[in-house]
Design a protein around this ligand. Structure first.
Ligand code: UT7
Length: 360
């Protein structure tokens, strides 16, 4: 079976609590904690610097518009990229697995916002790892990125194509949000970070047992971002920025309802496919989108809260990075032990969702 033999994470050193956000937009610590369970999140140093200035700005929308149009102090290049985070998490996972990057057969990476429109972030990461011919695949699978990546890696390995694959979920999302009242529904939720895992083909009955993937492309308007997409000409324009179309959009209530429904369905599909019951699963490590979503799923399925491993309080929603970050922390905390049955599950833009069953 194909087993996760090393994990790693990376988050920017710069932390933003709900208090700072409350000085940038009309929100409160109480609102954010009650609605999402988030108390703080890590964001890139650029976003952190920007938020310090936004908090003091007398005209916040005008300040935010000028940042979108000209960058902070006229600087439009990021000092940290999503690949920086992916690289750090990957290096930690490789070290934990006891291998060098050169021993990888393939990289499967997922990020919502890439470093560049092209080439894809998997290739940028591969080069930064010092590799020159290892295949690199990028998924743009949103929050479900790691679950999809693990499924793809597992299937390629089951087919005998590869023996050792690096799966990465990495996000630097904070640069895209409007941190004024105009974007407060999303800006308080999402954050930056990366998680990685080395998957190795081994004999024995420990490893990925099954994966279950789904998408619903009729729901793209529920959670989308045009940014530099090919759906507009030119891809980036002042008009697009002025119309607010360059920023992410979300129908929070719609996403919430679908998240609870799809999590419920895929968790049941995963246990039924394996001929087991929910009570047989020792630990659920699910996408840290919103604590209320996780609680609603637990209530709907009768899963006790203590069987979920949650860390959203400290990291917010890091999209594709959230499941591997939570998995890494669950392992470090001793919340997953050898022999445990672990289910990973995620849901996000697409809409896309899925689950992996793993014998640890
Ligand atoms: O990875 C998957 C991605 N997305 C998600 O998981 C998000 C899923 N959705 C959610 O988590 C929730 O819908 C939110 C946390 C976004 C919002 O919670 P809600 O309980 O669904 O609130 P709501 O959308 O019903 O909004 C309630 C009010 C609105 O004001 P009015 O229209 O009732 O006057 C919002 O404008 O809360 C307002 N609001 C805020 N107030 C304070 C929206 N954002 C904020 C904010 N602070 N940050």
């Amino acid at each position: 079976m194909n087993r996760i033999v090393g994990t790693g994470i990376a988050v920017p050193p710069t932390v933003v609590d709900n208090g700072l956000l409350s000085r940038c937009m009309s929100t409160t610590d109480e609102w954010i904690v009650q609605r999402s369970g988030i108390r703080q999140r890590h964001v890139s140093p650029d976003t952190w610097r920007m938020l310090q200035r936004l908090a003091e700005a007398p005209d916040k929308p005008a300040f935010m518009d000028s940042v979108f149009a000209q960058g902070l102090d006229g600087c439009i290049d990021s000092s940290m990229t999503v690949t920086d985070l992916a690289l750090e998490a990957s290096a930690m996972a490789l070290k934990a697995a006891g291998i060098r990057a050169q021993e990888l057969d393939c990289i499967v990476e997922s990020s919502t916002l890439p470093d560049l429109a092209y080439p894809h972030t998997g290739c940028v990461l591969q080069g930064r790892l010092g590799l020159t011919s290892t295949p690199a695949i990028s998924l743009q699978q949103g929050c479900a990125g790691f679950v999809y990546g693990l499924a793809i890696a597992d299937q390629m390995m089951r087919g005998g194509m590869y023996r050792q694959v690096l799966v990465v979920g990495a996000e630097l999302l904070s640069s895209a949000f409007d941190y004024t009242d105009r974007g407060r529904d999303m800006a308080v939720l999402f954050a930056d970070g990366a998680g990685a895992a080395v998957v190795r083909a081994e004999t024995g009955n420990r490893g990925v047992i099954s994966s279950h993937l789904h998408s619903d492309g009729t729901m793209i308007d529920a959670l989308s971002g045009e940014l530099c997409g090919s759906s507009t000409f030119p891809p980036v324009s002042k008009k697009k920025i002025d119309d607010g179309r360059a920023r992410p959009r979300m129908n929070g209530r719609q996403v919430f309802v679908h998240a609870v429904r799809r999590f419920r369905e895929v968790i049941l599909e995963c246990v039924e496919a394996n001929g087991i019951t929910l009570g047989d699963v020792d630990r659920f490590v699910v996408h840290q989108a919103n604590l209320r979503i996780i609680e609603a799923v637990g209530d709907a399925l009768g899963i006790p809260p203590d069987r979920f491993f949650n860390n959203i309080e400290r990291f917010g929603n890091t999209a594709a990075a959230s499941v591997p970050i939570a998995l890494h922390e669950a392992l470090a905390a001793g919340a997953i032990r050898d022999g445990d049955l672990v289910m990973l599950a995620s849901f996000g833009t697409g809409l896309s969702w899925g689950a992996n069953m793993i014998r640890w």
